[in-house]
Design a protein. Structure first.
Length: 141
C-alpha cells in the first residue's frame, strides 16, 4: 500500500512517513496541499494521510479539482485533537481519523486497510445483456 503523508512542515511529514513505513506501508512526504498534488502525481498513492488542522483551515479547491487526489480516501491525523473534538462540518470526505499520541499499529493498519479497500474490491456487475436482443426463432420458417 502507498500513502501520501501531508503535514505543514517537512520534519512533521517525514516523521509521519517513518511511523507508517515501520508498519510496512510505502509512504511519501508532502508539505502543504500544493505539494501534495505534485507528489501524488509521482507516487500514485492508494490513500492520503493528512493533518486534520491542514484540512480544516485551508481551502481545498485545488485538491478537490485534482483528478487523482479528489478520488482518494483521506485519513485525517492529529497530535492535538481527539476524534470527539473534530468539528462535524469538517469531516466530509474524510475516510478515517487517527489520534497520533495514542495510535497503535493495529489500529492504524485497520483504518488504512478500510480506507483503501475500494481499490482492491471492484464493483461486480451482472452479466450484460446483448443489444439488440436476439430474436426468437420463428416457428415454421
Amino acid at each position: 500500500m502507498r500513502v501520501l503523508c501531508v503535514r505543514r512542515h517537512p520534519y512533521l511529514s517525514a516523521h509521519l512517513c517513518r511511523f507508517f513505513d515501520a508498519l510496512g506501508v510505502t509512504s511519501r512526504p508532502a508539505v502543504g496541499l500544493a505539494d501534495a498534488i505534485e507528489v501524488a502525481e509521482i507516487c500514485q498513492p492508494d490513500a492520503v494521510i493528512c493533518d486534520y488542522d491542514l484540512l480544516a483551515t485551508i481551502p481545498l479547491d485545488g485538491w478537490e479539482r485534482d483528478p487523482l487526489l479528489s478520488r482518494l480516501p483521506v485519513i485525517a491525523v492529529s497530535l492535538t485533537r481527539r476524534p470527539n473534538e473534530v468539528h462535524v462540518l469538517d469531516v466530509n470526505g474524510i475516510a478515517g481519523f487517527l489520534y497520533l499520541p495514542t495510535l497503535e499499529h493495529e489500529q492504524a493498519l485497520r483504518v488504512l486497510g478500510a480506507a483503501a479497500s475500494w481499490r482492491s474490491s471492484p464493483v461486480s456487475t451482472p452479466a450484460s445483456l446483448p443489444w439488440p436482443p436476439p430474436r426468437a426463432a420463428r416457428i415454421g420458417s
